[in-house]
Design a protein around this ligand. Structure first.
Ligand code: SAM
Length: 207
């Protein structure tokens, strides 16, 4: 990612929502109506920060709110987001963000897993990493993003590198055969076996 950013293939900016607070102490949170634990981010600074970014870009931009209240992020979504020229990733904090601004600006809701983090920053970094590697020119070997786990809803096959034997364990014979078609067939079979064993839900998604 560092290399891609240096080459200008991707560009990432962090916007501090606090800079858009109109409150003298740059506060961006307040108590939730109806009571309950914690604080909520207010609509105004979130909207103004978003508006400044979209105005600077000059065209409508897919705006992704990172939230545990969404379907879990997938490789297919990473590929879809990678098609966009620009993306806004909105990070919540405290107990989240006033619903009204979410209704106004958010186009996509994305969770990175069924657990709760303190803020959307780590989820945003997860998205940036996975989306960037789907952008042409970011991975050094253009093929390495095609054949890996979650392509065709399968996990990747087991892989081996030198030496041929390590702690008495040998590399599967077929991989040393130089027979490209047989290697491909073995890898496909291993992918299916591994997916059945570790993530059978992915195979159900294919049906
Ligand atoms: N009160 C919220 C709820 O119960 O759904 C949780 C708020 S969480 C403490 C604060 C922020 O962290 C959220 O607004 C969101 O941006 C981010 N966040 C937490 N868990 C996340 C997850 N699994 N995926 C994506 N973002 C998450």
């Amino acid at each position: 990612m560092g290399r891609a950013a240096a080459q200008g293939t991707i560009h990432v900016s962090a916007i501090n929502i606090r800079d858009y607070s109109v409150e003298k102490h740059k506060k961006v949170d307040d108590y939730p109506y109806g009571g309950g634990a914690g604080m909520l981010m207010q609509a105004q600074p979130v909207y103004d920060a978003w508006k400044a970014v979209t105005d600077a870009i000059g065209h409508p931009v897919r705006t992704v709110y990172l939230t545990p209240q969404a379907q879990v992020f997938t490789q297919a979504e990473a590929r879809s987001f990678a098609q966009e020229e620009d993306l806004i990733l909105l990070c919540g904090h405290y107990e989240g963000i006033d619903e009204r601004v979410l209704e106004t600006i958010v186009t996509d809701y994305v969770s990175i897993g069924d657990y709760v983090l303190t803020g959307g920053e780590l989820p945003a970094l997860v998205l940036i990493d996975s989306i960037s590697r789907m952008v042409p020119g970011v991975l050094s070997n253009a093929d390495s993003g095609i054949d890996e786990s979650f392509s065709e809803n399968l996990l990747e096959y087991p892989q081996y590198t030198r030496p041929e034997e390590w702690m008495g364990k040998k590399v599967p014979e077929i991989l040393l055969s130089g027979h490209h078609a047989k290697v491909e067939a073995w890898r496909k079979e291993q992918s299916i076996l591994r997916t059945k064993e570790r993530r059978p839900d992915l195979l159900e998604d294919n049906e």
